[in-house]
Design a binder for this molecule. Structure first.
Ligand SMILES: [Zn+2]
Length: 273
C-alpha cells in the first residue's frame, strides 16, 4: 500500500485518503520537499503567502507546480520557491487563481456578522482561515480586514475562535519554544516521558523517575510544534510537561499532586507514541 502525503504539513496517509484532516488540502503522491531544502544553500528563496486562499486553490497551485517540475515547498499555507523560478511561479500562481475561486466567497444575499481582526497576528489569522475552510464556513475579509461570515455560522465560528484564542493564550503562558526536534529523537523523548509519567502514577514517590522526568518534561515544554502535529494539541502537551516539572519542583507537593500531573501528562501522550 503506497503512502500519500499532505503537501503542506508532510503528514502521511494511507492511499484511500484524499485530503489532509489538518490542512484540508488534497494529498499528493510524492513526499513534499521541506521548505529549507528548496534550492541550494546559496540560492535565494521567495515566499508566497497564501493563507487567504481556499484550500482548493492551494491544491491547484501545488498541482501546477508539480506538473511544471518547479522545486517548491510549503511552510503551512506559505509557498516557498527559488528566487530564480519567481517569474514562472508568478504565472502558475496566477493560473491557479484564474482556474476557479481562489477564496471561498459568501452568498451576497445572506445576513452576515463581522469579527474585528485587529489584534490577530498573521499566524493566528492563518490558523483561523484553515479552521474555517475545514469546517466549510464560507467567509470573506472586507476592506478593513474584518472577517465576515453568514449569521447562521455564528456558533461554529465562535467555537473556532475560542479554540484558537485558547491555544494562543497557552502559547503565551508557556513562552516561545526554542528547541527543534523531529523523528527518532522526538519519539524517544515522548516515549520516555510517557513511561516515566506512568511510573509516577503507580508510585509518586519513585525518586529515580522523579529526577529523570523533571529534566525531560522541562525539555518537552520547550519543543516547537513538530511537523505533522496539530499545534493546539502540541501546546497542550507542552503545558502538561511544564506543569509536571513545576509540581515536582514544589517542596510542599502531595502524592496526589504528582499522580494528577503525571496522569494528565500520560493521557496527553496516549496516542502520540
Ligand atoms: Zn496537512
Amino acid at each position: 500500500m503506497s503512502t500519500m502525503y499532505c503537501f503542506q504539513c508532510s503528514r502521511e496517509y494511507a492511499e484511500d485518503v484524499s485530503a489532509c484532516v489538518e490542512c484540508g488540502v488534497d494529498l499528493v503522491e510524492e513526499a513534499p520537499t521541506p521548505p529549507e531544502e528548496v534550492g541550494t544553500a546559496d540560492e535565494a528563496q521567495v515566499a508566497y503567502e497564501m493563507h487567504d486562499w481556499s484550500f482548493e486553490a492551494r491544491s491547484r497551485a501545488e498541482r501546477l507546480l508539480t506538473e511544471a517540475g518547479v522545486v517548491h515547498g510549503w511552510q503551512g499555507p506559505m509557498l516557498i520557491v527559488r528566487e530564480a523560478d519567481e517569474e514562472q511561479v508568478d504565472a502558475l500562481v496566477e493560473q491557479a487563481e484564474a482556474e476557479g475561486d481562489a477564496t471561498p466567497s459568501l452568498d451576497p444575499d445572506v445576513d452576515k456578522i463581522g469579527y474585528a481582526m485587529d489584534d490577530w497576528t498573521d499566524d493566528a489569522r492563518s490558523a483561523l482561515v484553515t479552521a474555517l475552510n475545514l469546517n466549510d464556513v464560507r467567509h470573506e475579509f472586507d476592506e478593513d480586514g474584518e472577517l465576515l461570515v453568514a449569521e447562521d455560522d455564528e456558533e461554529v465560528v465562535d467555537a473556532i475562535i475560542t479554540a484558537i484564542t485558547e491555544k494562543l493564550a497557552l502559547e503565551e503562558e508557556l513562552g516561545e519554544a526554542t528547541t527543534e526536534m523531529e523523528g527518532l529523537q522526538l519519539n524517544d523523548l515522548l516515549g520516555d516521558v510517557r513511561g516515566l509519567a506512568q511510573k509516577l502514577v503507580k508510585n509518586p514517590g519513585d525518586a529515580k523517575a522523579t529526577i529523570a522526568i523533571v529534566s525531560k518534561a522541562g525539555l518537552l515544554a520547550d519543543v516547537r510544534t513538530p511537523f505533522g502535529f496539530d499545534s493546539r494539541r502540541w501546546a497542550a502537551i507542552r503545558k502538561g510537561g511544564a506543569d509536571m516539572k513545576s509540581v515536582l519542583s514544589d517542596e510542599d507537593r502531595t502524592e496526589e499532586d504528582v499522580v494528577d500531573a503525571a496522569g494528565t501528562l500520560r493521557g496527553l501522550l496516549e496516542n502520540v507514541v
